[in-house]
Design a protein around this ligand. Structure first.
Ligand code: NAP
Length: 248
């Protein structure tokens, strides 16, 4: 029996990449997983099938988490079905990379809408439920780009830096009710998001461990932050999973 037996976890953007690995990892601990996705329904179904085949419980729920009405529907569907939410992992994210002078307002807005506003919308919805339960774990996936900047990612780094500030404020607001809020800042992780990068050799120079990370290596940190009592006294923190790129 896993550490998260009887708990309900929503993982946004869990059809692929890091979110998928987090969903699979939390399921191994016994949590019931809501595999949220935007458009990859068959990939989300495959994640659910993988969890079920291993003896776990999961459902796939489509919702664009940058849209307030869709977030409301997502959370009310989960509450109707499972009656509680113990863990929310705000993982869904996109990039629209280009240098500042070429960045169109729509490139800026799309990234802010999902990577920052989506985190706000899902955290607000989850916290309403967690406040009543007097317990909960909120885990936001940030990025090293939000800490050190990255040319071509003004929109993305602004959103991720925003997630870090948001994490600290919400951690202070919710601490008295037994809810912890932390961020995980991955470096370069091998997923669809990074598969088209052309300057791999340059990137590797900045990673002391000399390789990209795997989604499972981020999922291990999320599993720790969700665990009780192991991570019960940790809130408002940012944990880097980046091969040593950022050393504070
Ligand atoms: P990915 O492989 O591109 O997967 C993105 C996931 O987000 C997919 O499941 C996608 O669903 C979902 N998604 C996209 N738009 C959505 C929306 N509007 N509503 C709900 N879900 C949506 O990305 P990843 O590399 O795993 O990244 C996951 C998170 O880690 C992101 O927040 C990213 O910024 C962060 N991160 C990644 C890296 C890295 O190197 N990969 C580094 C630092 C931080 P569909 O399949 O339906 O499109």
């Amino acid at each position: 029996m896993g550490n998260l037996q009887g708990q309900v976890a929503i993982v946004t953007g869990a059809s692929r990449g890091i979110g998928r690995a987090i969903a699979l990892e939390l399921a191994t601990q016994g949590a019931t997983i809501i595999v949220n996705y935007a458009s990859s329904s068959s990939a989300a179904d495959n994640v659910v099938a993988e969890i079920s085949a291993a003896g776990g419980e999961a459902i796939a729920l489509q919702a664009d988490v940058s849209k307030a009405e869709q977030v409301d529907t997502l959370f009310s569907t989960v509450m109707d079905k499972f009656k509680r939410i113990d863990i929310i992992v705000n993982n869904a994210g996109i990039t629209r990379d280009t240098l500042l002078l070429r960045m169109k307002p729509e490139d800026w807005q799309a990234v802010i809408d999902l990577n920052l506003t989506g985190v706000f919308l899902c955290t607000r919805a989850a916290s309403k439920i967690m406040l009543k339960q007097r317990s909960g774990r909120i885990i936001n996936i940030a990025s090293v780009a939000g800490q050190m900047g990255n040319p071509g990612q003004a929109n993305y780094s602004a959103a991720k830096a925003g997630v870090i500030g948001f994490t600290k404020t919400v951690a202070k607001e919710l601490a008295a009710r037994g809810i912890t809020v932390n961020a995980v800042a991955p470096g370069f992780i091998a997923t669809d998001m990074t598969s088209n990068l052309s300057n791999t050799e340059d990137i590797l120079k900045y990673i002391p461990l000399g390789r990209y990370g795997q989604p499972e290596e981020v999922a291990g940190m999320v599993r720790f932050l969700a665990a009780d009592p192991a991570a019960a006294y940790i809130t408002g923190q940012v944990f880097n999973v980046d091969g040593g790129m950022v050393m504070a």
